[in-house]
Design a protein around this ligand. Sequence first.
Ligand code: SF4
Length: 410
Amino acid sequence: MPDFQTTLVSSLYVHVPFCAQKCAYCAFYSEPSTGDLINRYVAGLVRELELVAEDLRPKTIFFGGGTPSLLNLRQWEHILRALERLNLLGAEEFSVECNPATVSADKAKLLRDFGVNRISVGVQSLDEALLDRLGRIHSREMVFKSFDLLRQAGFDNLNLDLMFAIPGQTLEIWRATLDEALALDSEHLSSYEVIYEDDTPLFAQLQAGEFDVDEDLACAMYEELVERATTAGFRQYEVANFAREQRRSDGVKEYWSDVGKDAQPSSSPPLHHPIARFACRHNVNYWRGGSFYGLGPSATSYVRGVRTKNWANTQLYCEQLERGKRAIESREELPPLKRAGETAAFGLRLVAGWPFDEFRRVTNFDLREGWTAEMGQLTARGWAARDENHFQLTSQGLRFADAAAEMFLR
Ligand code: SF4
């Protein structure tokens, strides 16, 4: 099995729990920012990094949130210098999420200078009325400006985040947003259907009958997404994620047979299920059941079969770290079979599904022994396909990946 005892953890997530204002649909832990609390958080985060640094050798780093780009230059420099001092820089993939309203040339340059090589831009929509409806703080113009600015700063691996099935969004609006977003020529595209989470303004509006959910329209939008992204040269590698195999400007085509610590580019496509070169390796590690440290308020870690969760309270997080200990709220050691079931479920979100050998290497269990009935049911329903070496969801099955994945939990 990988990851055990001697192997250092190669994946780091950092949660930045601040936003300029709360979006109408958002249930992530974040709050409107104040300068003092952000400074205190930065000091706490550096302390938390110090506490785990010895067990970390990051190949992927992801700063998400919240709005990481809300941190000012001084705060970013403090964090990046700490990463440098602790020998945590040099990741193959170092991503930072940015809101188009909070990107500046200085910040982009600083990030780039310290090895950030991938930016995920939270676009959500390119329709002004819908941006307003969602409570986003940026305009469509800011999306184009920030995209250009990031390119000028030298970022050649950019993701755009889009959202569909937004109340009030028609198929025509969605097509127009997709076309404009695809024309930007990013290396990666993520697109999720709106989810109605408890305790969000959007959920309250739904409960109050202000609009209805139209599942057929959501399905049609998903189909448009897959078709247009694929036509534009993206490869779908996960339910909601698309990546290029090459930059438009690149002459050489490279393929990645898998994404993980042993991944190597090659000039010829692997026989089965290639994952595109610009796939987000950090997220592929999640879907493949790899270990990762998650730092910051509310972040989850999964290290050698033990899941821990930090307090979703920035004050408390800071207090604990000021006393020199990690701000862990809960700790769960997963029994091997439960862990294998979760790993199976996560991995099915990937278009590549599970090569049986890979699943056994990661979990010590064999899908062909413990999950035969589930694989049979899904295959009979047309939601999955199986051959001698692999099991994967079909395009129809991917649309219902959550329901399919649930069947594999133990
Ligand atoms: S910017 Fe992102 S994290 Fe912040 S409230 Fe909006 S969706 Fe949530």
